[in-house]
Design a protein around this ligand. Sequence first.
Ligand code: ZN
Ligand code: ZN
Ligand code: ZN
Length: 363
Amino acid sequence: MYVERLARVRQRMDQLRIDVLLLSVGADLPWLTGYRAMPLERLTMLVVPSTGEATLVVPRLEAARVVEHPEVFRLRPWDEADDPVALVARLAGAPGTVAVGDRTWARFVVELQDRLGGTRWLAASTVTAALRATKDPAEVAALRRAAASADRVAAHLQAGAIPLIGRTEAEVSADLGRCLLSEGHASVNFAIVAAGANAASPHHDPGARVIQPGEIVLCDFGGTMSDGYCSDITRCVHTGEPPSELRRLYEVLEEAQAAAVDAAVVGTPCEDVDGVARRIITEGGYGDHFIHRTGHGIGLEEHEDPYLVSGNGEPLAPGHAFSIEPGIYLEGRYGARIEDIVVATDAGPDPLNRVSHSLVVVG
Ligand code: ZN
Ligand code: ZN
Ligand code: ZN
């Protein structure tokens, strides 16, 4: 698997005339080698020359955690008294163009730029983003497991198994996090709980607000499984019967979300999927209140290519995995969002989240 990915990376480096790829913290490295660097002050860096052996430079004390793949890279631990930046510069040679991992700490980039004078620098995502966006069957299976786990948490929420009324958003957020872990996630990345008027803020920070009877509770949560793949789901519940105006808003939203999922067909430009959701919401009278893109890619990162946003004419390809998450936000009143992870396949869009999309009434 890693051998094949390395071959695709090298092919793309060739096309883009990149001499060396340098990967440190971030998801490119585990995608290519299975190893995730600790975000430490000590440098970890994979040096991939366009030809010849790749070398993983790691602090000696981290070396034991590396699962070796000699067919992909050679391990080169460095000791406390060594200069790892000099080591990487030496391995890089005198490259004309370097692509460096997008998440690499600026400190190391600055030092490397100093050593490798006269080099042109690009972001490694130029090489990796399009490759990582296309998931292989094992990656789709991993995303499906993550989504199923998130679905079980959402089902608990909809069944009323997580008490809401009289509790703070922060308490419910903590419950959702614990639930993600007990349903199989290795870590929690976020658990947005936004009640009533707070639901009109898409990335609301759950706080001390106590959930009341008769309001919407928007829950957007996700985490990472032990294999590194992420989940991300949004469901809304209502404490008691929702007012008819909110019912109507939610119907428009549900229709827009379902239509965008149906539109996520291989070959369709990403922006057209966004356009489908936006048109329905606009026709429903809420066009000014859908204030973000329709979705983002997901994989080893919560947000990665492809982005379903106006201006992205890139066509969907088999294996693209992304969220479809339109929302409608009425400032000062309430808001709602529905989010699923979907995979584009030759047989049509494959939604990984299957739990009910309805505005479920809970006690
Ligand atoms: Zn988000
Ligand atoms: Zn989300
Ligand atoms: Zn999302």
